[in-house]
Design a protein around this ligand. Structure first.
Ligand code: MG
Length: 382
């Protein structure tokens, strides 16, 4: 079998789909994207074509190493996201060619169903109680919400109290019938992260995510010494070489690589294994589309330390497109009581509605994240 063609489709809400075709008639799909930089990753995908066209898609390991090592410069959000989507599509091809799901090729299931959670409350957390009530009717009992809006490097007690009050309201309304993680989203610097973690501790969140920015990862160990809240991070780390340093430094309880940003299934499987060796849980980041989610699940279902899977149904980013809009086998993605079952189809298990993809890609918007500023006019982390 030989790879013959790579086609990319930018899609609402902020996705990029990749189709890799072969001379055997088997095609695979991937989602190589960095949110807000879809065109840049798209260009990077096509720059990898000379390494791929005419090659045997079954040799995923060699193609991965060729893309990673063959260009001298490596790593980072753009290149690793391009490799990620290509890697997903290659695993999809391999599974389809052999007639089995990818998790069977990776050694088979370690669990029967995978716990998922739902976002609630949006960019500036609001109406969280009503949102949780609504989602509970759909069976979810685990949630994630943003922990704060803009926060200065040193900021007021009033802002801290407002953020903490929202969390207190959730515990008061639902007691321990639900669980939730709190995403600091890299909005908070180390000085205020320490304050916030102390104030949030009584409400016992499942985790705090990106307590500080990934480029401040040396703070994780220090922060962990001041709190019993498990600290999570990883969506802005792109390879096992980055996770290596963070795991060794200590402090992280949950690793959250993104299957569409950190080199795909091949790389995230290795990151999951490294995490397991450090007693660190695995909870892939996935605010993206169905192929990205299927890739996450392929690794979750073979990784003993996988604890939670993010998924994007109803997420505040999904303007103009929902998780299953481009999927034919929607019932396979049914979530019951917060759990999803292994996708039964061959490859990644996603039957992509190609006609709909082609039609929608003709008018795809260029998504950009909001640009926030502090009260003094300086740029704030979003
Ligand atoms: Mg996050």
């Amino acid at each position: 079998m030989k790879i013959t063609k790579l086609t990319t489709y930018r899609l609402a809400p902020r996705w990029l789909f990749l189709k890799i075709e072969t001379d055997a008639g088997v095609a695979g799909w991937g989602e190589p994207v960095i949110e807000g930089k879809a065109r840049t990753v798209e260009a990077a995908v096509h720059e990898f074509e000379p390494y791929l066209i005419g090659r045997d898609p079954a040799r995923i390991n060699d193609l991965w190493q060729t893309m990673y090592r063959g260009g001298f410069y490596r790593g980072g959000a753009i290149l690793m996201s391009a490799i990620a989507g290509i890697d997903q599509a290659l695993w999809d091809i391999k599974g389809k060619a052999l007639g089995v799901p990818v998790y069977e090729l990776l050694g088979g299931l370690v669990r029967d169903r995978m716990k998922t959670y739902s976002w609630v409350g949006g960019d500036r957390p609001a109406d969280v109680i009503a949102g949780i009530r609504r989602l509970r009717e759909g069976g979810f009992d685990t949630f994630k919400l943003n922990g704060s809006e803009e926060m200065g490097l040193i900021d007021s007690a009033a802002k801290v109290d407002a953020a903490v009050a929202r969390i207190a309201e959730i515990r008061a309304a639902f007691g321990q019938t639900i669980e939730f993680g709190i995403d600091f989203h890299g909005r908070i610097g180390a000085p205020m992260a320490k304050v916030m973690l102390r104030e949030l501790e009584p409400y016992r969140p499942l985790f705090v995510e990106e307590p500080v920015l990934a480029e401040q990862d040396e703070s994780y160990a220090r922060l962990a010494q001041h709190t019993s809240i498990p600290l999570a991070a990883g969506e802005r780390m792109y390879s096992r070489f980055e996770f290596k340093r963070v795991f060794a430094a200590g402090g992280l309880a949950i690793a959250q690589p993104d299957l569409s940003h950190a080199g795909g299934i091949s790389e995230c499987l290795k990151i999951a294994g490294m995490a397991e060796a450090h007693d660190i849980a695995f909870a892939p980041h996935c605010p993206l589309g169905p192929v990205a989610l299927a890739a996450c699940l392929a690794v979750d279902f073979v990784s003993h330390n996988a604890v939670l899977q993010e998924q994007s149904m109803g997420i505040h980013y999904n303007q103009g497109g929902e998780l299953l809009d481009y999927v034919r086998n929607r019932t396979d993605f049914h979530i019951e009581g917060g759990y999803i079952r292994p996708l039964p189809g061959p490859g990644l298990g996603v039957e992509v509605d190609e006609e709909r993809v082609i039609a929608a890609s003709r008018s795809a918007p260029d998504w950009r994240n909001p640009l926030w500023r502090h009260a003094d006019g300086s740029v704030a982390e979003w």
